[in-house]
Design a binder for this molecule. Structure first.
Ligand code: IPE
Ligand code: IPE
Ligand code: MG
Length: 224
């Protein structure tokens, strides 16, 4: 059985789910939030230590303003209402990506990180305004600035995922098979599962099916 310490998820398909079921993309984002809560609970049950969730990419700014505003309002409300509960569950929240949102949201994000920084049960890395290429460029720039040498160890150290082991497993829902600028370096040896269901339809059973499959894969890391 493979050890499992880090699951990364590209939560895709909210918009299509919303259009299909409620004639509104935003309704899909709202419904996707319920899946986030279910998957967090299940992740804790499995004693997985790290969960990285792709919530907004550097490319998602190309969407209509109305959708972007809705997404960030949703996040804001979620954190205001739930951070206490997450904290009580011993969950640590870390944002990866660039926090250049409204002053209000930046404050909420910083406070949520600070409040939960000592927690140890599960670390949730929330990827917000995250792009892997930007993260890598930034890492290289800082390595150069600090006059360090370019090495695997230093690159790991200068990425925002420093201290998070590489994902063992990547799940992308929404029936699309691409990485969309997510964790390009960190996913070098991850097991990848593409799931047909849209994110709001994805449930504990689907998650468990993937985790079980993962457990039995022969991971070679170049060996035989
Ligand atoms: C993923 O769902 C969530 C975000 C990118 C914020 P989408 O909004 O991309 O849903 P589809 O792919 O359009 O259905
Ligand atoms: C990836 O989904 C980003 C998130 C899930 C946050 P997208 O829906 O933005 O990806 P593309 O544009 O279809 O590749
Ligand atoms: Mg999408």
């Amino acid at each position: 059985m493979n050890p499992l310490s880090h699951v990364a998820i590209i939560m895709d398909g909210n918009g299509r789910w919303g259009l299909k079921n409620k004639n509104s993309r935003n309704a899909g984002h709202r419904a996707g939030l319920d899946t986030v809560e279910k998957i967090i609970k299940e992740t804790i049950k499995h004693r997985i230590k790290f969960l990285t969730l792709y919530a907004f990419s550097t490319e998602n700014w190309r969407r209509p303003k109305k959708e972007i505003n809705y997404l960030f309002k949703l996040l804001e409300t979620f954190l205001i209402n739930k951070i206490e509960e997450l904290n009580n569950q011993n969950i640590k929240l870390k944002i990866i990506g660039v926090k250049n949102f409204s002053k209000k949201l930046n404050n909420i994000l910083n406070q949520s990180e600070k409040k939960t920084s000592k927690n140890t049960k599960l670390q949730i890395n929330l990827a917000l305004n995250y792009g892997s290429k930007f993260e890598l460029i930034n890492a290289f720039k800082n390595i150069k600035k600090d006059k360090k040498k370019i090495s695997e160890k230093n690159i790991n150290r200068y990425l925002q995922t420093y201290k998070t082991p590489d994902p063992d497993l990547l799940i992308r829902t929404g029936n699309t098979k691409r990485l969309s600028n997510f964790l390009l370096w960190q996913l070098a040896y991850s097991e990848i599962f593409f799931e047909k269901k849209f994110w709001p339809d994805f449930n504990q059973k689907d998650y468990n099916r993937i985790l079980n499959k993962y457990r039995n894969i022969k991971r070679n890391f170049g060996k035989i």
